[in-house]
Design a protein around this ligand. Structure first.
Ligand code: NAD
Length: 356
């Protein structure tokens, strides 16, 4: 197969970790006889420096015309004082909007070799954690109307949290389909005891659940889910939730593994176009030192193979290669353990490529 990939390294450690994912993709292409064509696009601070905007129209067009987008990370202290309309993160919101990326998939997997990195006790994580949060990404309170007004002599701020039935159904279908491909268990998280949007959310999810009788479906309140993620994370397979709850719960879940550098993510549209990126930021404190962990980016590339290119065998092979390298005891500094071999970012990329 021939696929066009827009590659957006971004700032900080972005270019270093992306280079490792490209190494691995090149190995996949050779081994499985595919052709990946990369077009590099500036995004975030590096684009602000060159063009005074976090992504150019031309760059956006390249993303739209590609089969998928691979992103490093954006931002850093250098651009913290930019005016809000040209801040580095603005480009991420713009790409999500322009590409219609409404579904954010964040797997949280505890590699058993790294169980001691988890802040949770071994009796809780000993059986492993393998859950996936499906977060609605383009609706809800982050996108609803906002205002601050003077009422009776004091400022009052309001953020609306709208959700339409079709928006809920769209993300619900992604979640049920994802659950069908995993362990067929789906937990829908809301706050239906107080929020009107959550009541519509629950009603819509219940309707959809009738179409997926094989999926063991359950509702949960967001506050209780926040507790259960710490108390018994292995009870979850797929969790689906709205934008703000998903933002918070997915960060909480990512911490369960104790290694932010290992976590991939995918943002999907209705078609096959998606954007794939590690969940961490640009880590300016370690940028340019060749010590960052590239595995979150490499695993994001694996998600790209699986979800955008329908290359399940290739995705499995990349994930197995990561597993093998960890089994052999190779670690970047952030996940270093006793009796393991410390390697650089570029060495880790090369090791995963060799394992493939
Ligand atoms: P961060 O994720 O960049 O870093 C947090 C800590 O984790 C740092 O100590 C860093 O060194 C470490 N870390 C992160 N990724 C690592 C990796 N792959 N390997 C080893 N260690 C790693 O979060 P932050 O420091 O809060 O943010 C730094 C910048 O990144 C900010 O400008 C922020 O706005 C931006 N940011 C961007 C994104 C994105 O592009 N999607 C996401 C979050 C933060």
């Amino acid at each position: 197969m021939k696929k066009k990939i827009a590659v957006l390294p971004g700032d900080g450690i972005g270019p270093e970790i992306i280079a490792q994912a490209i190494k691995v993709l090149d190995t996949v292409a050779r081994r499985y006889n595919h052709e990946f064509e990369y077009t590099y696009v500036d995004i975030g601070g590096c684009s602000i420096d060159k063009y005074n905007r976090p992504i150019t129209e031309e760059g956006m067009q390249i993303c739209k015309e590609s089969d998928s987008v691979l992103l490093g990370a954006v931002g850093g202290p250098k651009w913290d004082d930019c005016p809000p309309e040209i801040r580095p993160e603005k480009a991420l919101l713009a790409v999500r909007k322009e590409l219609g990326l409404f579904a954010n998939l964040r797997p949280t997997k505890l590699f058993l070799q790294l169980a001691s990195s988890s802040p949770l006790k071994s009796e809780i994580v000993g059986g492993g954690i393998d859950l996936l949060i499906v977060r609605e990404l383009t609706g809800g309170v982050y996108f609803g109307a906002k205002k601050t007004e003077n009422v009776d002599g004091q400022l009052v701020a309001t953020d609306l949290m709208p959700y339409s039935e079709s928006e809920i159904e769209r993300i619900g279908r992604v979640a049920f389909e994802t659950a069908m491909k995993r362990n067929k268990k789906l937990t829908s998280v809301d706050k239906a005891n107080v929020l009107e949007t959550s009541r519509l959310w629950r009603k819509t999810m219940h309707r959809l659940s009738l179409e997926y009788p094989e999926v063991e479906y359950g509702d949960a309140l967001v506050d209780s889910t926040a507790m259960q993620l710490i108390k018994n994370p292995s009870q979850f397979d797929v969790i689906v939730t709205e934008n703000m709850f998903g933002d918070i719960l997915s960060d909480e879940a990512s911490m369960l593994t104790g290694s932010i550098g290992m976590m991939p993510s995918a943002s999907l549209s209705l078609g096959t176009l998606g954007m794939y990126e590690p969940i961490h930021g640009s880590a300016p404190d370690i940028a340019g030192l060749d010590i960052a962990n590239p595995l979150g980016t490499i695993l994001s590339a694996a998600m790209m193979l699986r979800y955008s290119f329908d290359m399940a065998a290739e995705a499995d092979a990349v994930e197995e290669a990561v597993n093998r390298v960890l089994d052999l005891g190779y670690r970047t500094g952030d996940i270093m353990q006793d009796n393991c071999k410390k390697v650089s970012c570029s060495q880790m990329g090369a090791l995963v490529s060799q394992a493939l």
